[in-house]
Design a protein around this ligand. Structure first.
Ligand code: TPP
Ligand code: MG
Length: 638
């Protein structure tokens, strides 16, 4: 007879989670390092009680024989997912956190965070409470009633944004569901948000669990090797190429393939451009790093892309920013070789697929090539080397502040930060005008310095993600770069950083509104409508004086130490002080609007944002003419 242990479903789940490990390249990590939570009805009794049983008691120990499951208290459910996701990215997807919520609004607040996780292929375990499985007294507080479907709850909103979803309506169903959840969290192709919805009555129900359910389990994060036939065709394609270009995506980082990429690039002389998620794949000063590609890319990378005959994508999803909405890869007969662990991505742009782990695939390619000796032609090398040098001058020009006693532009803020950081520092950003500036300008000094979430580009990711990152890298300076709009979207987790003693650094850039969307609005004929944080004028437009906000005081009120920087000189001192601080510290700076000469270089490639086909106002009519010209340049790669 197998021995059993009598526990509630919630107790069994928490105990199971303490025993799950990942392993890759001999490195073993606990898969679920901690649980984030906000309690309400739907999790306070079940999961909440189970977490107490696994909590460290005063004095720092858990009860004898009970493995610990650390708990972190959040302020907002979406933000807790961001923290977990930031943590997972910093851990190379080998470790993540779980997030527990109450039913109803607590659960639906997860949806944005879940979408971000799934879009970016970052693992996170979501444990929303759910309405009673037994339905003794419907509707309970916060229950959605659907007249035509008795089995729907608001948690069903999480289905399309989860890579695995289950609702545990009977205790024993936890066993297969928990195992499937771990499979998906640790699968390099399928990973993303995993949701186990937990009806509140089931959470508290007891069951006799087989002991084996709680045995330590190791989930191998596999490195899939390429197929011999695909590899042979890939080698042929590389050998035949005259103007090959590598596009490094987030998969390079997820696979820890940076060294293999550098070795492959050095062996072949092929230049490497990077997407937002792939930036830092090569250090910025590697002679073959030509910087960001696409709409927010460098002139060097985009010029190479326009004339490339073979685009070698490594771990990229080819988003519209990367392809300039289908207009960037313009050479007649251009072909795509796509090294990707996900067949879905490997087949994009009608490319030659090389379905494999990025590191395994690059190593296999490098091994297969030297027998045939393939090197880029010297003229090609000179072309991209010169281009890289020209671009570095443009970065210097955008960074440089001639007068240190004036307000900095946003690019100058990056310039001051650039002077200060070492390869230890980590920069986090997701939305606004910063991702474009960073992609064009930032000189990534280490493989994981550049943490820009641009799969979902979610305003508000930065501060909670910084907390999760710093928890994974407690000795490294972690900077959340936020615009004023982004700050107002989600400043809540500052309180969490203060409470948990996580010394994140926030750089808060005040420009009185949505500068990025304002610029975009103007370019598409929408006249900056509703994008500035200004008072309503008599004509009901937001064109009055800037709103009297004091976001620095706001951050201070939440418990952060705040340093106000007025000038470039102040900023140098404030950032240096913040860098050394061991408590959460915010540097607040009002930025000057950059002119076209001193500011960061403009977009080097298009991005498709559809413009009104008919309009009365001349701005939109003109914008549409421009739009039609760009659309005509779109290519379909078949
Ligand atoms: C949650 C969310 N809502 C809306 C958007 C669309 N959006 C992208 S950037 C932006 C404005 C960001 O403002 P701010 O943080 O002040 O940066 P700035 O544009 O001024 O640099 C908006 C509204 C988004 N990315 N995320
Ligand atoms: Mg702003």
């Amino acid at each position: 007879m197998t021995s059993t242990t009598r526990l509630t479903v919630a107790q069994a789940l928490v105990r199971f989670l303490t025993a799950q490990y990942t392993e890759r390249d001999g490195e073993r990590r606990r898969l679920i390092g901690a649980v984030w939570g906000i309690f309400g009805h739907g999790n306070v009794a079940g999961i909440g009680q189970a977490l107490v049983e696994h909590a460290t008691v005063p004095g720092g120990e858990t009860s004898p024989g009970v493995p610990s499951m650390p708990f972190h208290q959040g302020r907002n459910e979406q933000a807790m997912v961001h923290a977990a996701v930031g943590h997972a990215r910093q851990c190379g997807r080998l470790s993540t956190h779980a997030v527990t919520t109450s039913i109803g609004p607590g659960a639906t607040n997860l949806v944005t965070g879940a979408a971000l996780a799934t879009v970016n292929r970052l693992p996170v375990l979501l444990l929303p409470g759910d309405v009673f499985a037994a339905r003794p007294a419907d509707p309970v507080l916060q229950q959605l009633e659907v007249p035509f479907a008795g089995d729907v709850s608001v948690n069903d909103c999480l289905r399309p944004v989860s890579r695995y979803f289950d609702r545990i309506t009977r205790p024993e169903a936890l066993i297969p569901a928990a195992l499937q959840a771990m499979r998906v969290l640790t699968d390099p192709v399928d990973t993303g948000a995993v949701t186990l919805a937990l009806p509140q009555d089931v959470q508290a129900e007891a069951y006799d669990w087989p002991e084996e359910f709680f045995a330590e389990r190791i989930w191998t994060v596999r490195r899939q090797a390429p197929d011999a036939g695909e590899l042979a065709r890939a080698v042929e394609a590389v050998r035949a190429a005259r103007r090959p270009l590598i596009v490094a995506g987030g998969g390079v980082h997820h696979s820890r393939a940076e060294e293999a990429l550098a070795a492959f690039a050095s062996a072949t002389g092929i230049p490497v451009a990077s997407t937002q998620a792939g930036k830092g794949s090569l250090r910025w000063d590697h002679p073959q790093d030509v910087g960001g590609i696409g709409h927010t890319g460098t002139a060097t990378a985009d010029a190479l892309a326009r004339t490339a005959d073979l685009v070698i994508g490594v771990g990229t999803r080819y988003t519209d920013f990367t392809t300039a909405s289908g207009t960037l890869f313009a050479a007649p007969g251009v072909r795509f070789l796509s090294l990707n662990v996900a067949p879905y991505d490997g087949h994009k742009l009608a490319g030659l697929p090389l379905i494999a782990d990025a590191r395994a695939g690059l190593e296999a390619l490098a091994e297969a090539l030297p027998a045939h000796r393939h090197r880029a032609e010297p003229a090609y090398v000179t072309e991209y080397t010169d281009g890289k040098e020209r671009w570095e001058h443009r970065v210097d020009a955008a960074y440089e502040a001639e007068d240190a006693d004036v307000r900095p532009t946003q690019a100058q803020v990056l310039g001051v930060l650039d002077e200060l950081v070492t390869e230890d520092d980590i920069l986090i950003n997701a939305a606004g005008s910063l991702p474009g500036d960073l992609h064009k300008l930032w000189r990534a000094r280490s493989r994981d310095q550049y943490h820009v979430e641009y799969g979902y580009s979610c305003m508000g990711y930065e501060i909670p993600a910084a907390i999760g990152v710093r928890m994974a890298a407690p000795d490294r300076p972690v900077w959340a770069l936020v615009g004023d709009g982004t700050y107002l979207m989600m400043p809540t987790e500052i309180v969490t950083a203060v409470q948990e003693g996580v010394a994140i650094k926030v750089i808060l850039l005040q420009n009185h509104g949505y500068a990025s969307i304002g610029g975009l609005s103007e370019s598409v004929g929408a006249e900056r409508y509703g994008t500035a944080y200004r008072r309503l004028a008599a004509d009901r437009t937001y064109t009055g004086v800037p709103l009297p906000l004091d976001l620095a005081a706001n951050a201070a009120s939440l418990g952060m130490r705040v340093l106000r920087a007025r000038t470039v000189r102040d900023l140098r001192a404030a950032l240096a002080e913040a860098r050394g601080a061991d408590t959460p510290t915010c540097v607040y700076v009002e930025t000057e609007t950059a002119d076209t000469v001193s500011g960061p270089p403009p977009a080097q490639a298009w991005w498709d944002v559809p413009v009104a086909e008919t309009a009365t106002r001349p701005s939109a009519v003109k914008a549409r003419e421009e739009y039609d010209r760009h659309v005509a340049a779109r290519r379909r790669h078949l």
